[in-house]
Design a protein around this ligand. Structure first.
Ligand code: PLP
Length: 421
């Protein structure tokens, strides 16, 4: 590693041998500009959050207007208008029945909050033993200790932390073209069995609805959510949707939950919440969950409060981001991206390609092994595109504002790689 990065410790990287990262000096629209004067199209929206592209005038204005008043005040004993308005807006746009918003500062923290909320929901009603979780195999919920313990990432970045803190159960991930598929049926069967046998210990089922991200970039049928909802109700277990990656349009609906018309008890949002400007999460609960924290006993109150929760600048830019989504017909932009991705990936073949799949603004090429993607970074750079394969997956999740030419360049580079290796 070159001397210039000695002080900066990079994520998921062996610092001794890491290939030096590209140094961004400016970003505009879908493009990243580097210190050597070159530019690349960002095909992955900076880990899927920069949905409006970079340096957006509407978002910049929202930041500046809030900064002119103040950047931050604590949410303990004080509130700010942006946080109040954002909570109201999230209640309006998320699935019907989600009514109370608890802010955090990252996706992982949003998940931690959801897990703690579920445990305390049952404790407050006299069921302290209901403190375990059920999660899907190949799920990913973040890198903090609780989030890791409900993730299934034995092969990947969490393997050193196997058996982390919260006791949990796993069921196989659903999959296949519809709910009748063997994978989905097997998963539901396992879920039913687990809930029947252990519901006295289980606080909640947590899952990424419809799209499992970092654990495998895979889709599963929306009907699964409906069946999971029914099983959770039947066995008195809460249902948590982690929409950190899927929230705000990525799968083609504003929230993946909308594709199945299902309301979870708790939903977690982050990433695209601020259009990729600042870290912010929202953990949103139904009235039933919220009301279990009300009462005269101080012990009933929810014991959580990150310093930066409800940061006024982050909330102001989140409001501006949501208003762009609503006023600029983003869902039709996402449909247009989906159409191009389907066209481009149709009938793809290659010696080490296992699958090509598309949903909403997500296009995935799955290879046999991570070694099939070694050297892709420079290959993409030489052709004007920034994509960062993860494991054996080469994927694009572009900003929604990407135009057709830029999107076709991204997919052309992905397809060329099939011939190249
Ligand atoms: N949940 C899901 C589904 C995610 O995809 C991620 C991040 O990729 C997280 C949680 C964690 O979010 P963060 O990286 O903001 O902590």
């Amino acid at each position: 590693m070159t001397k210039q990065f000695d002080s900066l410790w990079l994520p998921y990287a062996q610092m001794k041998t890491v290939v030096p990262p590209y140094r961004v000096v400016r970003a505009e629209g879908v493009k990243l500009y580097f210190d050597d004067g070159t530019a690349l199209i960002d095909g992955i929206s900076s880990w899927w959050c920069v949905i409006h592209g970079y340096n957006h005038p509407v978002l910049n204005k929202a930041v500046q207007e809030q900064l002119a008043k103040f950047a931050h005040v604590m949410l303990g004993g004080l509130v700010n208008d942006a946080a109040i308005k954002l909570a109201e807006t999230l209640v309006r746009i998320t699935p019907f029945g989600l009514n109370h918003v608890f802010f955090g500062d990252s996706g992982s923290v949003g998940v931690e909050i959801a897990l703690k909320m579920a445990i305390q929901f049952w404790r407050n009603q006299g069921f302290p033993q209901k403190s375990r979780f059920v999660a899907l195999r190949r799920g990913y919920h973040g890198d903090t200790t609780g989030a890791m313990s409900v993730s299934d990432d034995d092969e990947g970045m969490h393997r050193l932390f196997k058996g982390a803190i919260l006791p949990q159960y796993f069921v196989d991930a659903p999959g296949g073209p519809n709910i009748e598929s063997d994978e989905s049926q097997a998963s539901l069967g396992q879920l039913e069995e687990l809930l029947r046998a252990n519901n006295s210990q289980i606080a909640a089922v947590i899952l990424e609805p419809i799209f499992q991200g970092a654990g495998g970039f895979r889709f599963y049928p929306p009907e699964y959510l409906f069946c999971a909802r029914r099983l959770c109700d039947e066995h008195k277990v809460l249902l948590i949707f982690d929409e950190v990656a899927t929230g705000f349009g990525r799968t083609g609906a504003l929230f993946a939950a909308d594709l199945a018309n299902v309301t979870p008890d708790i939903m977690v949002l982050s990433k695209a919440l601020t259009g990729g400007y600042f870290g912010l999460s929202a953990t949103i609960a139904t009235s039933q969950v919220y009301e279990s924290f009300l009462g005269d006993d101080p012990e009933l109150a929810f014991m959580h409060g990150p310093t930066f929760m409800g940061n006024a600048v982050a909330c102001a830019v989140a409001l501006a981001s949501i208003s762009l989504i609503e006023t600029e017909n983003y869902l039709s932009k996402i449909k247009a991206i989906e159409k191009v991705l389907i066209e481009e990936f149709h009938g793809l073949d290659g010696p080490s390609l296992c699958d090509a799949r598309v949903l909403g603004a997500i296009g995935v090429l799955e290879f046999e092994s991570p070694s099939n993607l070694m050297g892709f970074r420079e290959f993409g750079r030489d052709r004007g595109v920034w994509l960062r394969p993860y494991g054996k997956w080469l994927y694009t999740m572009p900003p929604y504002i990407i135009d057709e030419d830029d999107l076709r360049l991204v997919t052309a580079v992905m397809k060329e790689w099939l011939l190249y290796q």
